[in-house]
Design a protein around this ligand. Structure first.
Ligand code: XMP
Length: 308
């Protein structure tokens, strides 16, 4: 990469040349890649970039507010609450691959509907180098994407030659908040891959609360920048427990805390035991439906980072 300041100047110039006075859209997730891309393109073409933040109802606690507050004054920011549409389409679906397919399809439906409201000719994507290097080889960056309706958008991929650490560096120079720049990766299908089996509002709520506790405790312990991902999985196993004097029969939650360089491999680092104990105690006491918390100790491979 050029020096970071040079990269930004150069990228803005190239974006201006590619898009000119036309409109562009981006699906902004709030992750570092799409956030950096949105801000870069905004610097180049201003409000001709329409940023669309789709809420699929599978986001973490406080995520909608955080993303909205970060970008509403900085971008031509459009929040779309499609949670009902996603959750209806996912009702009763247990298979993880099926869930992913449905989420992908509904996402395209929603995004396409929003895209059609604009007369955008360009689609900005936060593709980074590891996304294409191993799988496809270098394909030229000016290529088109046809949406199912027939709408054709030319792709703009301003950070496709960067690696994650470089994207973060650029993000800081663009004055994105530390919290966004160092945000842990969060899968596109969101909590759908962290709730095993079918999704219900109740199960999503339990998963959301457990994930919040994990995040709070990792941040409180100051180890959030030392580990790659930290989260809780709501299994579909129910186990016997005892709460107060009463037998209880509740959910098993698994803590998954891994370190990695690029998510291709990952390992479970040694963790401060007090932090794990506090998470377990808080989850079982603050979430009445949970009776048992387990810690995942499997590396990738053979396991994957997510459970589903
Ligand atoms: P796995 O579970 O395959 O995950 O070891 C590797 C990394 O990718 C994230 N992940 C996803 N990201 N859509 C995404 O955008 C997905 O369907 C998806 N599944 C997994 C995961 O969080 C980890 O960082």
């Amino acid at each position: 990469m050029l020096g970071p300041e040079e990269f930004i100047k150069d990228a803005i110039q190239k974006i201006k040349e590619q898009i000119g006075d036309e409109k562009a859209i981006i699906a902004l997730s709030g992750g570092v890649d799409s956030s950096v891309c949105s801000v870069l393109v905004q610097e180049a073409i201003g409000d001709n970039l329409i940023a669309i933040f789709v809420d699929h109802g599978l986001l973490r606690e406080g995520e909608v507010e955080e993303v909205t507050n970060t970008f509403k004054d900085r971008l031509n920011f459009n929040y779309v609450d499609a949670s009902e549409e996603f959750l209806n389409a996912l009702e009763g679906v247990e298979d993880p691959e099926e869930k992913r397919k449905i989420i992908g399809k509904v996402f395209i439906d929603v995004f396409e509907r929003e895209a059609e409201k604009t007369d955008a000719k360009y689609l900005v994507q936060g593709t980074i180098a590891p996304d294409w290097i191993e799988s496809k080889g270098k394909i030229k960056s000016h290529h088109n994407l046809a949406l199912p309706s027939g709408m054709v958008l030319e792709l703009v991929e301003p950070i496709r030659d960067l690696y994650k650490d470089e994207v973060r560096e650029i993000g800081l120079l663009l004055d994105l908040p530390e919290k966004v720049v160092h945000r842990q990766p969060f899968p596109g299908p969101g909590l759908a891959v962290r709730v095993i089996g079918s999704l219900t509002p109740e199960k999503l709520d339990i998963c959301r609360k457990a994930n919040k506790i994990v995040t709070d405790e990792i941040e409180k312990a100051g180890i959030d920048k030392d580990v790659w991902q930290y989260f809780a999985v709501l299994t579909d196993s129910k186990v016997t427990g005892v709460k107060g004097d009463q037998r209880d029969f509740g959910y098993l939650v698994v803590l998954r805390i891994v370190d990695s360089v690029d998510a291709m491999t990952a390992y479970v680092p040694e963790l401060p035991w007090k932090v794990i104990q506090t998470m377990s105690q808080r989850i079982t006491s603050e979430i009445s439906e949970v009776t048992h918390v387990a810690l995942s100790i499997s590396d990738k491979p053979p396991s994957t980072i997510e459970f589903a």
